[in-house]
Design a protein around this ligand. Structure first.
Ligand code: NAD
Ligand code: UDP
Ligand code: UDP
Length: 423
């Protein structure tokens, strides 16, 4: 399907029929890119059906107790129990000849980014193994694939060695939200260092291509704006964010150590703030906090005076960039992020407007939410915006989603979960 095909409205939740327009004003019908002989294009609606689909049906709802993938999870409101049967049907995936089918390991595959990557790789017809300790991830994010012949889920902590045969490794395992990575700072450092060491050892032994999800946090509180990949950063090595920032910096150092010393074929993506459906609603990051607060009619909590900036990227753009990078020959770090920069104060306004619009469309009259100011956490970066020149040059990648479209998609996702009582 080409990106210029006239789209049919997407029907995810009640009253949710709309055409999603990209930054260039063109409708977004497919996501993914054809690059370097690797076609990752997938219809948006097929992905959307995976994250918008209900987690269960209600007993006596007259719906036949099975959704359109054949999943049978039936909630019995009378006694508050839920019954499950094994999934019997899966979304159709591309049929690849064995010579093209790759064995792909995704660490952290049950997390927010990982689960979207898994959906994409599965739809493209690859064999996917998810490795996760479920610290911040959840089986529910990928359980629509459990039982599929191309899918395997392993509960394992990357801090411990792990053996598997594979062709590609996407190494994502690491908590990403500040409250979660600060909850057990030493464990975060161990995950970044020992986890990455183990996965690099695995890549060395299997000769698998290795991609690590690094972060804009390697630039710290940057003195250069926007941040290009050759900026070395400005990080407080002993501050409360250091377990994550320095963890990722040493993970990158290890990655290039194995590249130079052992010829491991490496890819490094530096991800800037990303949001979207399946983000843990209570993980404390700003996008999920604001949307959940606005949907509940609570005050939006802006930390500091709200003049600090971030640039927010929608999940599908990130996955496009990650898959393109993995299949390119670029071994240098590549920033993947949206270049539209907002102050946190402005962003709070945008979220409250989008939530009000969706509520109005759904016939709900809700009072406008207020903004309250809370103390700014230590070492909070003042400004952040990616310089994406390299991604454009080497991957021909550019973000397509504008922030209002992306926030609306996430609002509809959370609303659907709330309507189910799953939030
Ligand atoms: P997430 O917390 O939703 O997902 C992380 C996943 O890793 C979870 O499923 C968690 O259970 C798993 N995990 C954590 N420690 C583990 C361990 N020791 N062993 C095995 N599994 C472990 O976060 P996310 O937003 O999906 O982030 C994924 C990756 O992307 C992380 O490496 C993060 O640093 C990076 N990243 C994300 C963003 C963003 O804005 N989302 C920005 C920059 C970088
Ligand atoms: N490792 C792993 N799986 C593998 C190969 C290695 O988890 O398939 C781990 C290994 O246990 C070690 C780390 O990766 O802790 C680094 O491996 P490498 O071979 O580079 O180092 P060495 O084992 O020689 O210290
Ligand atoms: N933030 C906020 N209110 C919240 C959560 C976060 O104002 O409820 C601010 C936070 O201080 C930071 C920005 O929003 O300046 C982005 O925070 P997030 O935790 O999402 O990501 P990071 O700081 O790692 O970029």
């Amino acid at each position: 399907m080409s990106a210029t095909t006239v789209p049919t409205p997407i029907n995810g939740t009640k009253n949710d029929s709309r055409v999603i327009l990209g930054k260039d004003g063109q409708p977004i019908v497919t996501v993914g890119l054809k690059r370097f002989g690797f076609d990752s294009e997938v219809p948006l609606e097929a992905l959307r059906e995976l994250y918008m689909r209900p987690q269960y049906v209600q007993a006596n709802s007259g719906s036949g107790a099975a959704d359109d993938t054949g999943a049978k999870a039936i909630y019995h409101p009378n006694d508050g129990t839920i019954s499950y049967t094994t999934l019997s049907r899966f979304p159709p995936v591309k049929f690849l000849p064995p010579s093209e089918r790759k064995r792909i390991l995704v660490t952290g595959g049950a997390g927010f980014v990982g689960s979207h990557l898994v959906d994409r790789l599965m739809m493209l017809g690859h064999e996917v193994t998810v490795l996760d300790n479920f610290f911040t991830g959840s089986r529910t994010t990928v359980n629509h694939w459990v039982g599929h012949p191309n899918f395997e889920m392993v509960r394992h902590d990357v801090v411990e060695p792990f053996m598997i045969e594979c062709d590609q490794i996407y190494h994502l395992a690491c908590p990403a939200s500040p409250p979660h990575y600060q909850y057990n700072a030493v464990k975060t450092i161990k995950t970044s260092f020992m986890g990455t060491l183990n996965m690099l050892g695995l890549a060395k032994r299997t000769k698998a291509r290795f991609l690590i999800s690094s972060t804009s946090e390697v630039y710290g509180d940057p003195e250069v704006h926007p941040q290009p990949e050759d900026y070395w950063g400005h990080v407080n090595p002993i501050g409360i964010r250091a377990c994550y920032d320095e963890g990722k910096r040493v993970a990158e150092t290890l990655t290039y150590g194995y590249h130079r010393q052992d010829n491991v074929d490496v890819r490094v993506v530096r991800i800037f703030n990303t949001y979207g459906p399946r983000m843990n609603p209570y993980d404390g990051r700003v996008v999920s906090n604001f949307i959940i607060q606005a949907l509940k009619g609570e005050d939006l909590t802006v930390y500091g005076d709200g003049t600090q900036t971030r640039s927010f990227q929608f999940i599908h753009d990130l996955i496009d960039g990650m898959i393109a990078l993995m299949n390119s020959s670029e071994t240098r770090p590549v920033n993947i992020g949206n270049t539209d920069e907002f102050s946190i104060g402005e962003f709070a306004e945008i979220v409250s407007e989008v939530v009000a619009k969706v509520q109005k469309e759904d016939g709900i009259v809700a009072p406008k939410v207020k903004i309250v100011y809370k103390p700014l956490p230590g070492d909070d970066p003042q400004r952040r915006r990616p310089d994406t020149t390299r991604a454009k040059e080497v991957l021909d990648w550019q973000p397509r989603w504008n922030v209002r479209m992306g926030v609306e998609e996430m609002v509809r996702y959370y609303k659907a979960k709330m309507a189910q009582g799953a939030l």
